[in-house]
Each structure stands twice: as C-alpha cells, then as structure tokens.
Design a protein around this ligand. Structure first.
Ligand code: PMM
Length: 267
C-alpha cells in the first residue's frame, strides 16, 4: 500500500509567478506565508525567487539569492523543512548554507550542471530533478512527443545518470515529470495516467500539477486561478495510490483534506 504523500507548499518570492507572484516579496510577508503553509498542512516549504513561466524575466543570481535567503534562513531556524526552487548552483549553495534540505531544480541540473556538484558536495542535500527540455517559450515549441511517458522516462533516466556522475547517491535523488514544462495539457494527462511507469524508475516521485493551465482549462473561462485549488486537491487524492512521494501545491489545506479522505477510504 502506498504511504501518504508529503505536501510541499509553494512560496514564490517573485513579482511575476503566474498564480502568486508579487504577494511575498517583502521578507516578513514571505516568512509569514511559509509558516501559514505549514499550518495549512505543508510538510516542506519550497521557496523560489525566479519565475519559470514563459516570458518571465530571468533575474540575476544575486537578485534571486536576495529574494530567497531571508525566508530560507528564518523558516529553517524555526525548524521548518525547506526546499529551494532554483536552476542556479550559487543559489543552491547559499540555500544549503541557510539550512535547506531539498534542491528543487526544474531543469534537473541541465541549466547549470554545477548545481549537481553543489548537491553532491553537501552530503545531506536531496536533489529534486525535473523533466525539462529547455526554457519555456510562449509557443511550447519543445512540446512534441510520440509517446510522452516513454520519452519522459528516457529523459529522466539521462538526468539520473548525470546526477550519479556528479556524485549524488541514489538515495538523495527525487524525480519530477515537470508537468507543463514543454508539455501540453494532453501530455500532462498522459503522464498522470502513466505514473506507474515513472515510479518504476525506483526513485521517489514529486508531482507539481497545482494551479497549472491544464486544470484551468476544465473551469469556466472567467474562473480565478485560485479556483484551480479544488481540481488540484482532487488530483492529489486520485494519484495518491500511485506510490508518489509528494505533491507540490499552492494551497496545502485542500490537498491535506483530500489526502485525509484518501486515507480513510483505504484504511
Ligand atoms: N512547477 C513550477 C515551479 N517549480 N518544481 C517542481 N519540482 N515541479 C513542478 O512542477 C514545478 C516546480 C511552476 O509553477 P509555479 O510558477 O506555480 O511555481
């Protein structure tokens, strides 16, 4: 039987993330939001200082570090498990020094290969490696697959090989299929239907579906982004049986309640 998946709460310290950008730029607001995510059921707070959405400004590493460091330090000092959402080795290094456990790189170490060596050198850090084909552009030009699940499995295997070559042991690697990263809604659904083949790789699996466009496409055109939290939570419960390790969500309370229902049903 599958263990209850962990909940990773999203804290974007950015002016421009698509669903929560601009709310937590002031350090005290970011820290308060991180604490609120834990109170709402998050096991881990994932702090990001650079938006990955198409067309987002690529911020300098110094600016990214300035955005995330106060929250990482304060939350880690409060005993909260944190994760840094970054593609930059230097940001990962600073985050680990601030007490962060997880280095969540949506590019799986491809944007800045030095990041893999930073994780390897820390001896305790855990890499969360996403499936990624390059920076997103508005046209999703890399979102072409003959067989999405097989190709994601194959490309994640190459990421694992690179992580191992950099010196990261298998028990410090978590994989993520990177829903929405060079993937259309149809590709995301195909991957969600094929999670068994991803867990068969033998690594813990994190799924980040929260508030993504493919969930919004099921809602009325004028629905607010926060209305995607209900479909997100339903999906959390529906995929909990696939043996996933965790879900990355913007509103932990909804997914925590969904997992409570899932636990009752299966016990
Ligand atoms: N998606 C986003 C950012 N970081 N990290 C992981 N591991 N998996 C994801 O799917 C993922 C991520 C983009 O969403 P956001 O802008 O709402 O944070």
């Amino acid at each position: 039987m599958s263990a209850r998946p962990l909940i990773m709460g999203v804290l974007n310290v950015t002016p421009d993330s698509f669903s929560d950008g601009g709310h937590y730029l002031a350090p005290e607001d970011a820290i308060a939001r991180g604490r609120a995510l834990v109170e709402a059921g998050a096991d881990i707070v994932d702090v990001g200082g650079e938006s990955t959405r198409p067309g987002a400004e690529i911020v300098g590493v110094a600016e990214e570090i300035a955005r995330v460091r106060p929250a990482l330090e304060a939350l880690s000092a409060a005993g909260i498990t944190t994760s840094i959402d970054t593609m930059n080795a230097e940001t990962a290094r600073v985050a680990l020094a601030a007490g962060t456990l997880y280095v969540n790189d949506v590019s799986g170490g491809q944007a800045d290969p030095e990041l893999l060596r930073v994780v390897a050198a820390s001896e305790t850090a855990i890499l969360i490696a996403g499936h990624w084909r390059g920076r997103l552009d508005a046209g999703d030009s890399l979102a072409h697959y003959a067989d999405p699940v097989s190709e994601v499995v194959e490309e994640l295997s190459r990421i694992v090989a690179a992580a191992r070559a950099a010196g990261i042991p298998d028990d410090r690697i978590i994989l993520d299929p990177g829903l929405g990263f060079s993937k259309t809604g149809a590709h995301n659904w195909a991957i969600l239907r094929g999670l068994d083949r991803l867990t068969a790789l033998g690594f813990p699996l994190l799924i980040g579906a929260s508030r993504k466009r493919f969930l919004g496409e099921m809602l009325p055109a004028d629905a607010e982004v926060a209305e995607r939290d209900l479909p997100t939570a339903v999906l959390t419960a529906l995929i909990a049986d696939s043996g996933i390790w965790g879900v990355r969500v913007h509103e932990p309370r909804a997914s925590a309640r969904a997992l409570d229902v899932w636990e009752h049903l299966r016990s």
